[in-house]
Design a protein around this ligand. Structure first.
Ligand code: ACO
Length: 325
């Protein structure tokens, strides 16, 4: 028996924003954004569209693709840094919206590594036989916490949702290895400073724009590269595999130069690396499952292929997973 993703869905807001659109509101250029990040387009949710609204269609698609009845879901985990509310959780809102009977449901916050963290939790609950069918959702509306006047961050992020059903399957395929970790020593380098108990919402916090993402881009860049390299090595070692055994690499899609630094280090040919940063930008926890969905939709993932996911995010959190499909 193994743990496998048996269905996956995704959903994007309808409104897109190109680099040229940003040229009209910021001192930036398509050339700068493309050369420094690889990003061309990102999606913006509507003002009244909450994370659960974005996630709901992705959940329905995953359920349909897995060919399960909604009632067989026995746990919901939502990875997000942009929930509908601080509480109640987006997982509870989705449990109700999906019309499920009382089902355990919780949110998990692990920045851009959120999907890998949630998948690891799901895997362990399934392997311990505690649950049989788990819905993992990764959804972000980062544009709601972006200062659109700050060119250092405004152009980097977008919105989107993905959902995946994790179940036991017969045979040896499925999740071959996983690794998660965190190092909080540099947590200030990527932070949403206000809105929590440290800096509750106040006139001062609003005036100081403390409800927007603050990031030291250069520091984040360096740690993203080294932490995704170490996670990749650990996931390969735990699966008893070499990099040559991997058919497709799906790294977190924050910046094409971060991805290039990692693939250069491992000497991985470009055809084995799936890229979506150009068309969706960085969607934090939703990036990895959206890229996985995208690779499946383009026919890049066939039965028997081994795929390595690796991510890095606020915290800093990091992790990697090898899945055989
Ligand atoms: N348009 C034009 N110029 C810009 C822009 C912009 N959008 N943004 C910054 N600049 C300017 C800077 O002001 C600076 O100007 P100066 O030299 O006059 O001061 C110049 O460009 C160079 O800035 P750098 O910070 O040196 O640019 P760098 O090459 O480091 O690229 C970037 C910046 C893209 C942010 C990069 O550091 C990066 O990608 N870091 C990682 C960010 C990231 O991945 N974050 C999320 C990861 S975790 C998660 O997903 C939650």
């Amino acid at each position: 028996m193994a743990v496998q993703i048996t269905g996956i869905g995704m959903n994007l807001p309808s409104k897109s924003m190109t680099n040229s659109d940003f040229e009209k509101i910021l001192d930036t250029s398509d050339q700068w954004i493309t050369e420094r990040t690889g990003i061309k387009v990102r999606y913006f949710s509507d003002k009244d569209q909450a994370a659960s609204d974005l996630a709901y269609p992705a959940c329905l698609e995953a359920i349909e693709k897995a060919k399960i009845s909604k009632d067989s879901i026995d746990l919901i985990i939502v990875a997000t840094v942009t929930p509908d509310y601080l509480f109640p959780t987006t997982a509870c809102i989705l449990q109700n919206r999906l019309g499920l009977p009382p089902t355990p449901a919780f949110d998990l916050l692990a920045g851009c590594t959120g999907f890998i963290y949630a998948a690891e939790v799901a895997r362990n609950f399934l392997e311990s036989q505690r649950y049989k069918c788990i819905l993992v959702v990764a959804v972000e509306e980062l544009t709601k916490i972006l200062d659109l006047q700050d060119r250092n961050t405004a152009v980097l992020f977008g919105d989107g949702a993905a959902a995946a059903i994790f179940q036991h399957i017969e045979g040896d395929t499925g999740i071959l290895s996983s690794y998660i970790s965190a190092d909080g020593s540099k947590h200030q380098n990527l932070i949403l400073p206000a809105g929590g108990s440290k800096n509750p919402a106040s006139i001062e916090s609003i005036n100081n724009k403390m409800h927007y993402i603050k990031m030291d881009g250069k520091a984040v860049f360096r740690d993203a590269v080294s932490m995704m390299i170490s996670s990749t090595k650990e996931a390969l070692s735990r699966a008893n595999l070499n990099k040559e055994d991997i058919d497709l690499f799906i790294p977190h899609q924050a910046n094409i130069r971060i991805i290039q630094s990692i693939t250069k280090y491992f000497e991985i040919e470009q055809s084995k690396v799936h890229i979506t940063v150009d068309k969706y930008a960085n969607i934090s926890s939703a990036t990895i499952p959206i890229a996985l969905y995208d690779a499946m939709s383009c026919g890049k993932i066939k039965n028997g292929m081994k795929v390595l996911l690796t991510a890095f995010g606020a915290g800093f959190t990091y992790g990697a997973m090898v899945i055989e499909f």
